[in-house]
Design a protein around this ligand. Sequence first.
Ligand code: NAP
Ligand code: GDD
Length: 383
Amino acid sequence: MSKTALITGITGQDGAYLAEYLIKKGYTVHGLKRRSSLFNTERIDHLYQDPHVENRNLILHYGDLTDSLNLTRVICETQPDEIYNLAAMSHVKVSFDTPEYTANADGLGVLRILEAVRLLGLTKKTRIYQASTSELYGLVQEVPQKETTPFYPRSPYAVAKLYGYWIIVNYREAYGMHASNGILFNHESPLRGETFVTRKVTRAIARIALGMQDKVYMGNLSAKRDWGHAKDYVRAMHLILQQDKPDDYVIASGVTTSIREFILRAFREIGAELRFQGSGINETGLLDAVDDKVFSQKIGPEYLDAFRKKIGRELVGIDANYFRPTEVDLLIGNADKARKKLGWEPEYTLQTLIEDMMQSDIKLMKKDSYLKQGGYHVLNYFE
Ligand code: NAP
Ligand code: GDD
């Protein structure tokens, strides 16, 4: 018998990889998507099946985490064996601008799902995965962070996720529900939203190399993150729900890197050596040298002369608008529990993650259609 999963946030980075992964495993996947005036299903278009196809394994439902009746109806209609609650207003900086909405969707949204499962009498059937986050550790109380490290959230996003974390634990203890938290550290990919730091950098480097953009403005370059690949992290989500007992797990690479270092390494990927000088909002990243062979191989010899003219110029600047009112300075996770109990091991390193993202963004930006459109329509990630 094939299993049925419901994924909220199926149109996001993790939702897309998880849907693909579960379909390959023989699941029937239901996804919750928000109504939007523009198409918002680009990341899962390669999985889409026309509603008239018989025995579809991907079925989308309109819905929203702020709408209890909708969630209850969709869960009632789909009777899922597993729910992956990935939907969220997931941008930390934006949560300072939309704190009430963030609390509603990211905090109360979790409660709505738990209550729907309970009221529908599905507590014994339906297992629930909650997308918890390393942002819970915020102003870190221990290095590295593990499951027992005290939380200290530093943004409306993290505070909302803290509610989500504890309501999962509470319903597990109160009603015996199979509800688990995956405390995932940052994970990235070619599908990452364009305003998260890694994707902003890889996208900008590809555009600068192709002469589509002169410079990129960044925020705090000194923050450090523990980055992994989203493909590895969705495998962990699935493993968590396959355990006999529900529990909470840290999923992390165990390596931390500053934003500055990430930028240097991503530029190196196209044969460009950057040099940072100055400090605070006056810090700049100048192009120091170009490896002609690597650049020609990765970007194309026809772009080399124009790029070499940028030597000595500022390619990275700082814009204070990208700083956060309260910052999370350092994240580094200890995933020993997941390794031991789940048998989870990541396949990607930071280096292979950067290679994957750079390669994908160069290909994307080089597309004729993309260039003609001014570069703002990001389609067909999976090509
Ligand atoms: P993402 O790309 O921003 O995707 C978020 C998804 O949630 C999108 O499908 C979005 O729909 C949907 N969504 C937002 N608000 C909603 C609402 N009110 N009702 C229904 N759907 C809503 O995020 P991600 O990187 O895939 O992350 C997945 C989950 O893991 C999130 O909960 C995030 O907070 C958490 N997390 C992420 C990381 C990470 O490093 N990526 C680490 C730890 C935890 P639209 O496509 O319509 O916007
Ligand atoms: N977005 C962004 N843009 N971040 C920048 C920039 C910039 O121009 N410049 C510096 N940064 C710094 C941020 O201040 C932060 O310290 C770090 O880069 C990472 O920022 P994001 O990529 O936006 O991710 P995040 O760590 O705030 O949040 C992500 O990871 C969390 C898990 O730790 C999101 O995916 C969250 O949803 C997730 O919970």
